[in-house]
Design a protein around this ligand. Structure first.
Ligand code: SF4
Length: 278
């Protein structure tokens, strides 16, 4: 059995930058905590906890530690509160998310109606809402058409990991109703590119093991793309979830993952596959 790791898999630029910031700060002896899950990959997060990163629920729990702002970003209120509480922060907001925040802030200051295509409870969307006083309308895939002011100037923007067809679908639906619709395509170029690369990778291998975090929207998106191209695509969080029956008819399998799946984990899964079929 050959296990071929997708050479283009691994962290996206935003996640890579966040992890390097954490490792550098901890390496310099800084006490660092994160509010919520740093990235949607349990095993990588556990690795960082063993290096000294801590997890807290609220800014009030900082107790002298610096707080890491995740790639998803934070609301304006978060930074104000941190200042009031005299809490330092290390900002790992992905530059692409920061760009969306600025666009939303500007549209809000210009009195525009704002529509975000994304998941209502996703941290990135919650943070975006925090840059327009929670005034944006959030719409999701196949969601009901929202109640809108059809005469108002409107900005349409997306959570960075939204699927292209979902964003396009909303553009078409809204164009039919709104005269003044400005579209800002904030979807991440890395995610877009990965979709094409992954489609090629999935087509090149008889079976694919897709490795990622169960709660990662990027993982869900990319896994579904792989499975559309190659129905013999199987999802695992790590090598312990492999079912050897899946692979019994193959002599080669491709191993890939999402923007938050570390390369060391792909290697571990590949190693488990080759060892089992030795
Ligand atoms: S997926 Fe894209 S937007 Fe999200 S953190 Fe990575 S580079 Fe940034």
């Amino acid at each position: 059995m050959k296990a071929i790791i997708d050479p283009l898999a691994g962290f996206c630029g935003g996640v890579q930058r966040a992890i390097e910031l954490v490792e550098k700060a901890l390496g310099n002896g800084e006490e660092l905590a994160v509010k919520g899950e740093l990235i949607h990959n349990r095993l990588e997060v556990q690795r960082l906890y063993t290096l000294g990163l801590e997890s807290i629920q609220d800014l009030e729990d900082a107790n002298g530690r610096s707080i890491l702002v995740r790639t998803h970003g934070e609301e304006v209120d978060f930074f104000q509160k941190a200042k009031e509480l005299d809490v330092n922060w290390l900002d790992a907001t992905c530059p692409k998310v920061m760009r969306s925040q600025k666009v939303i802030q500007k549209a809000y200051s210009e009195g525009k109606q704002i529509i975000i295509v994304g998941q209502l409870n996703h941290p990135e969307v919650i943070a975006l809402q925090g840059h327009c006083n929670n005034d944006a309308i959030v719409v999701d895939k196949d969601g009901a058409f929202p109640s809108l002011d059809v005469d108002q100037q409107t900005l349409l923007i997306a959570q960075t990991t939204v699927a292209p067809e979902t964003f396009l679908q909303w553009q078409e639906r809204l164009h039919d109703h709104l005269q003044n619709l400005e579209v800002f395509d904030s979807r991440c170029s890395f995610v877009n590119r990965r979709q094409n690369e992954l489609s090629n990778f999935a087509a090149e291998h008889p079976g694919v093991i897709f490795v990622g975090g169960r709660h990662s929207s990027n993982t869900r998106l990319l896994f579904n793309i792989c499975r559309q191209i190659n129905p013999s695509t199987f999802f695992v969080e790590d090598e312990t979830e492999l079912d050897w029956e899946w692979l019994s008819n193959f002599n080669e399998v491709g191993i890939s993952g999402s923007a938050s799946t570390p390369m060391w984990l792909l290697k571990r899964v590949a190693q488990a596959v080759t060892t089992h079929f030795e």
